[in-house]
Design a protein around this ligand. Structure first.
Ligand SMILES: [Zn+2]
Length: 296
């Protein structure tokens, strides 16, 4: 088989490559413009240096995603269909219901995967690369260690075998999942009333800003990706912090100078530092409003 044919046969997915790619590219550009004109949180580090660094790490993540994670998930979905694996292969449902239920179940799977990244030390070593970013914007959404993407194949692949979704759903979910990730990491100040309304259902920038706080119990909250019902069910939702009081990052990694590409790529192989500020203090705060009440 010619190389071109081989790539087209095994690595070209129309839903993703023809439609998803442009959707993601346009979303990223629009969110970048939105966060440039209506900034939610003040920036604490040099914007362009961060963008350059984040996009370099993003390049390795996108490669791992596109060349290994996505083909693996698609082939597992096809394998599940051929070998009668997963709930949707055992119960015959109309395709609209497969879409709705499958979408929701895949989103729940990703909530659990994100939760594990925070609870299991080995996984945190990789996920930490994403969390030590000193500011949060649309480029952080792509700044993942490629090892985290590769490790996710096992968990997300297992979910596919359990659910047995059609491959087109896996690809459609992936496009919307990536778009949602760009959206909730963005530093876009959406009018408060509008965000409060949409935050009843989906994860929004203010909500995810709390997840990137240097206060440990805040980092260990708001794990959801698209729908935030998972945080509500598991009581891991925390919204009652004004955005201008949030310090983004991890307390023991405050020096922008050490966040170069080489250090970020090697980070999972070094022991994570204890959750302390450089002066040895533990970041904490007093809360005013109710936990589930979104602050401006
Ligand atoms: Zn996280």
């Amino acid at each position: 088989m010619e190389t071109v044919e081989f790539v087209k046969e095994y690595f070209y997915f129309e839903i993703l490559d023809k439609y998803g790619g442009p959707v993601l590219a346009v979303s990223a550009v629009l969110l970048f413009l939105a966060e440039s004109y209506r900034r939610l949180r003040k920036l604490k580090s040099s914007r362009w240096k961060r963008i350059k660094r984040n996009l370099s790490i993003a390049f390795t993540a996108v490669m791992a995603l596109r060349l290994s994670l996505i083909p693996a998930l698609v082939y597992l979905a096809l394998f599940a269909e051929d070998n009668n694996f997963g709930v949707f292969q055992w119960v015959q449902l109309p395709s609209w219901l497969v879409f709705v239920l499958g979408f929701v179940l895949l989103d729940y799977g990703n909530y659990l995967w994100h939760l594990l990244n925070h609870k299991i030390n080995f996984l945190w070593r990789f996920h930490n690369v994403h969390h030590i970013d000193l500011d949060l914007d649309v480029t952080t959404a792509l700044r993942f260690h490629f090892g985290e993407i590769l490790l996710s194949i096992f968990f997300r692949g297992f979910m596919i075998l359990l659910i047995g979704p059609p491959y087109w759903l896996v690809l459609t979910y992936e496009v919307i999942f990536e778009t949602a990730t760009l959206f909730h990491h963005s530093n876009w100040r959406i009018p408060y009333k509008i965000e409060k309304l949409i935050s009843r259902i989906i994860v929004t920038p203010r909500m995810h800003g709390v997840h990137h706080s240097i206060v440990h119990r805040e980092t260990n909250s708001n794990y959801s990706i698209i729908f935030n019902i998972w945080d509500r069910i598991h009581q891991s939702l925390r919204l009652n912090i004004p955005q201008d009081e949030i310090n983004i990052g991890v307390p023991s990694y405050r020096d922008p100078g050490e966040q170069n590409i080489k250090n970020l790529l090697l980070m999972p192989f070094k022991k994570p530092r204890p959750w302390l500020l450089p002066d040895g203090k533990v970041p904490d705060r007093q809360y005013k409003g109710a936990k589930g009440n979104l602050e401006p």
